[in-house]
Design a protein around this ligand. Structure first.
Ligand code: SAH
Ligand code: TMP
Ligand code: ZN
Length: 408
């Protein structure tokens, strides 16, 4: 890895603005046997001074992250299941009404989105390199190809199935450093009047909410309407719509079409103007963000140490990928957190990456409520707090650290 990587989109100069230091792979939950083999990388982000794309300074090889052991499943949140069934139904009513339509999803994971499409009898294909989750999709009747999507995959899909009326990707495009190959593939695979729709964490919202833990190995890019509009144009595509989404701490759903095929929504200019006002690409805003992040770290560590010294029981809720950044950057380990509870079977019984906190089923949280619960899955706060009312009723308190540290 060179000392000064260039922008993966345009070759421009990257200006680094935050460095979280040495970090493990965020979804590599370890066992006592694999612990000595844990690998680390430097987690830092920079902004391209030419095209404004925010990206990681160091890349983790894709096979190390996405393979048959990949533990994340989309179905783990009720809100996300409903979110994906809603967008699937919208596609069925709008874009997938022609003669024998076809939809391709990149990062289709356990098939949560495509299940609705398959049930409607519409041709679908998921593409996902993580075979464990892809098998879960197939078990639900969703066609799934175990592969990394790139130009050659698009050629194969095109030869086997024809053009796609919709190409969809949720929380996946931002995971792919090699966008050049991906966009060439999309340009080939997309039908003349088709749409490429993707949704990912919104960088303006990361700055607004101080949600620094959106930054981890798998999130290579941090998109804005401006950077996506520029990216699309490089490949003969055009950004034609943007839609703010409340999920995962604030995302944007971008709709792209072949250049000139659809009329761009005025929402795009409005969102870009808002981004400019916020200063998403300005040195001042980015430096201020980095300073606020250090304050959160200091406040959180101080609070957890105080609680420990007072003899309080503190557990964490949600073994999220995001929490790897928090725990490792702040140095939060089993001395401060008794365990992390999580509903994902593939994470339970293991230790959190780098920080080595045991992951236990949520039943253990219910069996004996702690005094405090650090909400690592803060992006699912509403859903979790609603179903865990018993914890508060027992006198328990939630600790949140986004946008700042507080006890609720
Ligand atoms: N779309 C789901 C899953 C997001 S997790 C949701 O929003 O809940 C990201 C997924 O992208 C993982 O399942 C991972 O295996 C997959 N992925 C990573 N690189 C990919 C690539 N190049 N092509 C297709 N999928 C990829
Ligand atoms: P995410 O933030 O990447 O969606 O990950 C959320 C994690 O939190 C995932 O491991 C599942 C877990 N989780 C629970 O344990 N209980 C819940 O109610 C929810 C919504 C998530
Ligand atoms: Zn660039």
């Amino acid at each position: 890895m060179s000392e000064n990587p260039l922008c993966r989109v345009c070759g421009g100069t990257l200006r680094e603005f935050i460095d979280f230091g040495r970090q493990p792979l965020s979804n590599r939950f370890v066992t006592p046997e694999t612990l000595p083999k844990e690998t680390f990388f430097r987690l830092a982000t920079g902004i391209c001074e030419s095209c404004t794309m925010v990206q990681l300074m160091e890349e983790v090889p894709r096979e190390e992250m996405f393979n048959e052991d990949y533990p994340y499943v989309s179905a783990g949140s009720k809100v996300m299941r409903e979110h994906f069934s809603a967008i699937a139904r919208r596609f069925l009513e709008t874009e997938l009404t022609g003669d024998d339509p076809f939809i391709v999803e990149l990062g289709s994971n356990d098939g949560t989105m495509l299940k609705t499409i398959a049930e409607a009898g519409v041709r679908q294909l998921g593409v996902d390199p993580s075979d464990g989750v892809a098998q879960m999709a197939r078990d639900q009747g969703v066609s799934s190809l175990t592969a990394f999507f790139e130009k050659s995959t698009a050629e194969e899909v095109l030869a086997a199935h024809g053009h796609a009326n919709v190409i969809f990707a949720a929380n996946t495009l931002c995971h792919i450093p090699y966008l050049d190959s991906v966009f060439q593939g999309i340009k080939l695979l997309l039908a003349d009047d088709g749409v490429f729709v993707f949704e990912d964490p919104y960088f303006a919202e990361v700055l607004r909410r101080n949600s620094f833990d959106q930054i981890y190995d798998e999130h290579y890019y941090y998109f804005t309407a401006r950077s996506v509009r520029e990216l699309a144009a490089r490949y003969g595509l055009e950004l034609v719509d943007v839609e703010r989404l409340p999920v995962h701490g604030g995302e944007v759903r971008y709709t792209l079409a072949h250049a000139g095929a659809r009329t761009p929504s005025p929402e795009i200019d409005r969102l870009v103007a808002e981004e400019d006002e916020l200063g998403v690409a300005s040195r001042e805003t980015l430096d201020a963000f980095a300073t606020r992040v250090m304050t959160v770290r200091d406040d959180l560590v101080r609070l957890l140490r105080e609680l420990r010294d007072e003899g309080r029981r503190v557990v964490a809720y949600g073994a999220t990928a995001k929490s790897a950044t928090v725990a490792n950057y702040c140095g939060i380990g089993p001395d401060l957190i008794e365990f992390v509870c999580d509903t994902t079977p593939a994470k339970q019984g293991r230790l959190t990456p780098g920080s080595h906190i045991p992951v236990r089923p949520v039943e253990e949280f219910h069996a004996s409520y702690p005094d405090y619960a650090l909400l690592f899955a803060w992006n699912h706060a509403e859903e979790i707090m609603a179903k865990e009312q018993g914890f508060r009723e027992s006198g328990g308190k939630w600790i949140l650290y986004i946008p700042d540290v507080g006890v609720h």
